[in-house]
Design a binder for this molecule. Structure first.
Ligand code: NAD
Ligand code: UD1
Length: 342
């Protein structure tokens, strides 16, 4: 049993990871400023696990507050750093807000673990670092392309900061996980994604349309060089993604890592088109979705999916849940949200 600080732990991916940590009998402290999540998430976690994690409301970009957090939690074994702002469009209009929040928070976390002698760190990176890849599937050595948004740039800069910090400080052992497209929700439908306002991402837009909150889904582009012309992504169930964090944590704690900075792709290895996601959703929900094909969305790429063999080999982790499990759990979660809101 270890004591883990989970930054951004009331958020979408963080909350699912906290559930898996508690189920494995780890002790969890969540640090979050609730800028994109709700304190009620703790109730959902408690209902699933029968345990409530400790919670500290804190802005991690505030260096004094972060120093206080680390000096009052001296006995931590590891940090999983999810806390970040993630809205790509907003980052284009407010770049400094994104650099300040995402980069300052990371620096404060690295300084905190260094000062307290905490050696294990897991960081949330993204497949966005690959930009438009020349070849598919992408491996961890596929070149990182220049970012097409300040949000994407914060992930690239963060990876550089981590790599350079690890190269000068051999006491830090860090794993960056490059998530592909996380979707779905916990099977209990007690926790899930809570998009603010109109969702940008495909699956929340589909479930909100089916629930009657949105009139129609726009399918962005049907003339891509893909089997059915619509965009292809590597969707990964958020519970599989949470398990990847457990595998990374186990590797760090067991000191099985080959170098003190490792990077892994976390996807399923399967690409699914927008039309395949719609078909899966219609099948599992029994709802006929209103959609229309429209022009491409600016900045979108045709296709990306992961080569996951490195994670399989080194972390002993592989995604298990298929697209139908992703769409059905997302629909169950949307319905539970609607029933709560009446
Ligand atoms: P989320 O917004 O649901 O969770 C992030 C949490 O961090 C929120 O609870 C928010 O309140 C908190 N937070 C943000 N800034 C903070 C700060 N300065 N101090 C304290 N708390 C702060 O997002 P998510 O989807 O769970 O994403 C988690 C991580 O994974 C992020 O780093 C994100 O960039 C990364 N990621 C997400 C996706 C995705 O599609 N969801 C894909 C790739 C990478
Ligand atoms: C988004 C983020 C990216 C992040 C990734 C992983 C943007 C611009 N990019 O990318 O930084 O790393 O998630 O979570 O937000 N689609 C529609 N109609 C919609 C919404 C989406 O057709 O209303 C299509 C898109 O064109 C794309 C696919 O669905 O082909 C997935 O889109 P989305 O869920 O937004 O994810 P990404 O574009 O992969």
């Amino acid at each position: 049993m270890a004591k883990i600080l989970v930054t951004g732990g009331t958020g979408y991916i963080g909350s699912h990871t906290v559930v898996e940590l508690l189920k494995s009998n780890h002790e969890v402290v969540i640090a979050d400023n609730l800028i994109n999540s709700s304190i009620d998430v703790l109730d959902g976690i408690e209902k699933i696990c029968g345990k409530r994690p400790d919670f500290v409301k804190i802005d991690l970009a505030d260096s004094k507050a972060a120093r206080d957090l680390f000096s009052t939690h001296k006995d931590l074994d590891a940090v999983i750093h999810f806390a970040a702002l993630k809205a790509v469009g907003e980052s284009v209009n407010h770049p400094l807000k994104y650099y300040r929040n995402n980069i300052f928070s990371l620096i404060n976390v690295i300084e905190g673990i260094t000062k307290q002698g905490i050696s294990h760190l897991i960081f949330s990176s993204s497949c966005t670092v690959y930009g438009l890849p020349d070849r598919l599937p992408v491996t961890e050595s596929t070149p990182v392309k220049s970012a097409n948004s300040p949000y994407g740039n914060t992930k690239q800069i963060a990876e550089e900061i981590l790599s350079e910090s690890c190269s000068v400080n051999k006491n830090i052992n860090c794993i960056s996980l490059r998530y592909f497209n996380p979707v779905g929700a916990h099977e209990s439908a007690l926790i899930g994604e809570l998009p603010l306002g109109v969702p940008n991402n495909l699956l929340p837009f589909i479930t909100q349309t089916a629930a009657g909150l949105r009139e129609q889904l726009s399918v962005f582009g049907d003339d891509y060089d893909t089997p059915d012309g619509t965009g292809v992504r590597d969707y990964i169930h958020v519970v599989d993604l949470a398990h990847a964090h457990m595998a990374a944590l186990d590797r760090l704690i067991a000191q099985n890592n080959d170098t003190n900075y490792e990077v892994y792709n976390v996807g399923t290895g399967n690409g699914h088109s927008v039309m395949e996601v719609i078909q899966s959703f219609e099948k599992v929900s029994g709802v006929e979705l209103s959609y229309k094909k429209v022009a491409r969305r600016e900045g979108d790429i045709a296709a990306i999916y992961a080569d996951t063999s490195f994670a399989e080999q080194k972390l002993g982790w592989k995604a298990k849940l298929n697209l139908d499990a992703m769409t059905s759990s997302a629909w169950k979660w949307e319905q539970s949200l609607r029933s709560k809101k009446g």
